[in-house]
Structure formats: structure tokens, C-alpha cells
Design a protein around this ligand. Structure first.
Ligand SMILES: Nc1ncnc2c1ncn2[C@@H]1O[C@H](COP(=O)(O)OP(=O)(O)OP(=O)(O)O)[C@@H](O)[C@H]1O
Ligand SMILES: [Mg+2]
Length: 232
């Protein structure tokens, strides 16, 4: 088991109003699997992912990632966990505009304990020939490839993707999904991905449907579909 979430709860309070965002989440994902979280806007998807990734903390319950109970870590330990074990990919690519593609990867690789080779990672995401370009000289899909390279150069155990294709057109989305599937195979990286697109669930080993802070359905796909065959 790579991810084991038990009775996870999280609320936000503003004034007298309490918003119960996660109401006792239970979810498991095995090592090497791809998991997809589906659910309407505001159902708690990003909150759940951010807690698993150590960006945020739950109020109660347990979150165990690769045997480490991260809810028990202090702030410094949680930062180390996030740096060493987790790669993040977001809808917007957050590349540093005045650094080249190669330099964007290098700044992350430099602070990692056992990074992958930068050229290998850029080749894996199909961006090696654009190593010396700046982000503004790239399309959205290319920028997302670079942000995936940046996330995997640390060789994380877990890649967390929050709507990675949310800003991309159909064909580009499919090529990014294919790339994520390739990363999963090549490096054995466990992937947890949030999407609004139910069709994407076909490429996942496990699907979690979230509604108002509760998992209303957890399904297992015995047969997963290659990303290039997914249509919507
Ligand atoms: N830092 C915060 N402070 C207060 N409320 C928050 C905070 N972050 C999230 N929320 C609230 O928690 C709920 C769930 O938010 P979350 O971002 O997890 O939803 P989501 O499922 O990712 O939605 P979307 O699909 O729109 O990204 C929302 O009601 C949101 O307003
Ligand atoms: Mg979200």
C-alpha cells in the first residue's frame, strides 16, 4: 500500500460558519498504481490531495504514505517529506519565466537527494530539443511537459496531479495523459490525479468519486485503457 487514508476529516471555519470539507475519507492506493479522483467543484478534491502531499494538514484521522504516518510529522519533517517523496503537477504550470527549460528542472534537481538525470527526464517528456527555450516560447502542452519533468526529476514515490489537463485542448490533453502513463510505467511512480473528466478514469487502476467531502464510490478497474485510446 502506498497511500492509506483513514477517517480523514478537515473543516474550515470562518466566523460562526463551519465548512466540513472532508468528512471521514477512507482511501487506499497501491504502489505503482494510477488513481483518479472525480467529483464536482468544491467537493474537497484538492484539499484531500494537498493533505496527502503534505501541503496542508487534516484535523483528525490518519494519512499513511509508504509506511510513514504523515499526520504525526512536525513542520520540518513534513517539508522534507514533501520535497523528497512527492511531485506536484497543477493545472497552471508555474514555471519560472526567466529560466530556461533546463534551468527550471535544474533548480529542483539541485536540491534533491537522488535526482534523475536532467537530460534523461527531458527526453522522457519529449522536450530535450527545447532545453534552452524559455517558458514563454512554449505552448501550453509543452509547458505542462516541462512541469511534469520538474516534478519527476526528484524521482518521487508519488506524483500528485491536480487537473493536469484542465487548461489544455483535446489532443494535447491526450498526449499529457499518455505521458503520465509512460512515467508510471518507466519509473514505477504511483500517480494520483484529479480530473473533472470521467472518461479519464478508464486509464486508472482505482477511481474515487468524491461528493461533499465523502467518497461515494471507490471502483477498481481490472483492465486499464491506454491513454491514446481514451476519447471524450
Ligand atoms: N484555505 C481554505 N480556506 C477556507 N476554505 C477553503 C480553503 N480551501 C478550500 N476551502 C473550501 O473547501 C471546499 C473544498 O475545496 P477544494 O478546493 O478541495 O474543492 P475541489 O473539489 O478541489 O474543487 P474544484 O474542482 O473547484 O477545484 C470548498 O468549499 C472551498 O471553498
Ligand atoms: Mg480543486
Amino acid at each position: 500500500m502506498l497511500i492509506d487514508v483513514l477517517r480523514l476529516k478537515k473543516s474550515y471555519t470562518s466566523g460562526a460558519i463551519i465548512n466540513d470539507v472532508l468528512k471521514g475519507i477512507e482511501m487506499k492506493l497501491d504502489k505503482g498504481e494510477i488513481g483518479v479522483i472525480l467529483g464536482p467543484s468544491g467537493s474537497g478534491k484538492s484539499t484531500l490531495m494537498n493533505i496527502i502531499g503534505g501541503i496542508d494538514r487534516g484535523d483528525s484521522g490518519r494519512v499513511i504514505v509508504d509506511g510513514v504516518e504523515i499526520n504525526n510529522l512536525n513542520d520540518e519533517q513534513l517539508t522534507d517529506y514533501r520535497r523528497e517523496q512527492i511531485g506536484f503537477v497543477f493545472q497552471f504550470y508555474n514555471l519560472v519565466p526567466n529560466l530556461t527549460v533546463g534551468e527550471n528542472i535544474e533548480v529542483v534537481s539541485n536540491i534533491s537527494k537522488s535526482p534523475l538525470n536532467i537530460d534523461e527526464v527531458l527526453t522522457a517528456v519529449g522536450m530535450h530539443d527545447k532545453k534552452h527555450r524559455f517558458p514563454r516560447e512554449l505552448s501550453g502542452g509543452e509547458q505542462q511537459r516541462v512541469s511534469i519533468a520538474r516534478a519527476i526529476v526528484r524521482n518521487p514515490k508519488l506524483l500528485l496531479c491536480d487537473e493536469p489537463t484542465g487548461a489544455l485542448d483535446y489532443q494535447t490533453s491526450r498526449s499529457i495523459l499518455k505521458l503520465l502513463q509512460q512515467v508510471n510505467k518507466k519509473y514505477g511512480t504511483t500517480i494520483l490525479m484529479i480530473t473533472h473528466n470521467a472518461a479519464i478514469a478508464a486509464m486508472a487502476n482505482r477511481i474515487f468519486k468524491l461528493r461533499s467531502g465523502e467518497i461515494v464510490e471507490a471502483a477498481v478497474n481490472q483492465v486499464t485503457v491506454p491513454a491514446e485510446r481514451i476519447e471524450w
